[in-house]
Design a protein around this ligand. Sequence first.
Ligand SMILES: Cc1ncc(COP(=O)(O)O)c(C=O)c1O
Length: 396
Amino acid sequence: MKFEEVKEQYDTYFYETFKRFPFVAERGEGAYVYGENGRAYLDFMAGIAVNSAGHCNPRVVEAICDQAKKMIHASNYCYTEPQGRLAKLICDTIGFEKIYFQNSGAEANEVMIKLARKYGKDNFGENRYKIVTAANSFHGRTLATLAATGQPGTAIQKNYDPFVPGFTYAEYNNLAAFEAACDEDTIAIMVEPVQGEGGVIPATKEFLQGLRKLCDERNMLLLFDEVQTGWGRTGEIMAFMGAGVKPDAVSMAKAMGGGMPIGAMCTTAKFALTFGPGAHGSTYAGNPVCCAASYAQLSEILEKKLYENAKTVGAYFAEKLQALPGVKEVRARGLMIGVDFEKEIATDLKYALCDAGLLVTAVRPATIRLVPPLNVTKEECDKAIDILETTLPKFI
Ligand SMILES: Cc1ncc(COP(=O)(O)O)c(C=O)c1O
């Protein structure tokens, strides 16, 4: 099908909440997406930080095909082998005792919020349900995760009020602000170890360690949203491992599914009694095909130590990005990289880069985000630098 025909269908029938790139994504392989025009695009947005083992990683493709022939969906009334195997792999790898599967990042956060509320009320009384999150955070688009998202007044939140009550925001990386925002009704603090949608802003180790201490002192739960940072993106298997801070619960999605819709929340055994039969549920969550894909994807990331490649290639790439004209600051944790420019050029630059064959996202008016697959090579990063070098002069 031609681009114009596909676009016409979208224009006619679709609620367009995204401003799309002007090509039809037909095929993906490794770090490349191929358009309907046969053109190759170097994909440094990786399906919004999802395709961490590369597009159509053969191991993931095989797992999906094999499982689809046996059982596509059974529901959570049944035991399925892929779900049990994946639960063990995740819990054993990151040192948590319990897991709950979901279909997306927002839903993984939603269940983490529900768990914190129920734990608070079950153990400390009716008023103990408040959660403090960070200003400039992003936790998802469902009504509770939207309320948790600290971006008042933006398109993300505007006119979706009244919001789910019980959330307050405090300045990120400011321990005193979090301390002041917590009161006797606060049950949890929830943060991203690196704010992704907020512009790739890493938390300091001192901040995360301070939050851990604060939560311990006040009998509160520390919740980490690792939907974007999880499974190798920051150069660590999970970002919390690099910070030396273990949260009470952690959410994940994106990279864990290799492109299949799956998310999860892990907790310590302390919360085992919080959720019993009927306390939460979902028709699809932990679906066997998604779990089989996730097991293959995580095995690929872990066995090939793609998080280490993220660390070394990320450092190499960040240094080259810093040397580009018009760049004000580069913030990198592994292969999660934010580039601030002197001018507010991010959106126009994004489309110009697409025309030149490189896909990135614009997360702030002056900031682009680069989150290539974790197995990207230095040569592919050099190619991205070449494209940036030839495109940037038009904007600075
Ligand atoms: C930190 C974080 N949390 C939650 C979400 C929401 O995930 P999903 O889009 O899968 O619902 C995102 C998505 O970008 C995210 O970056």
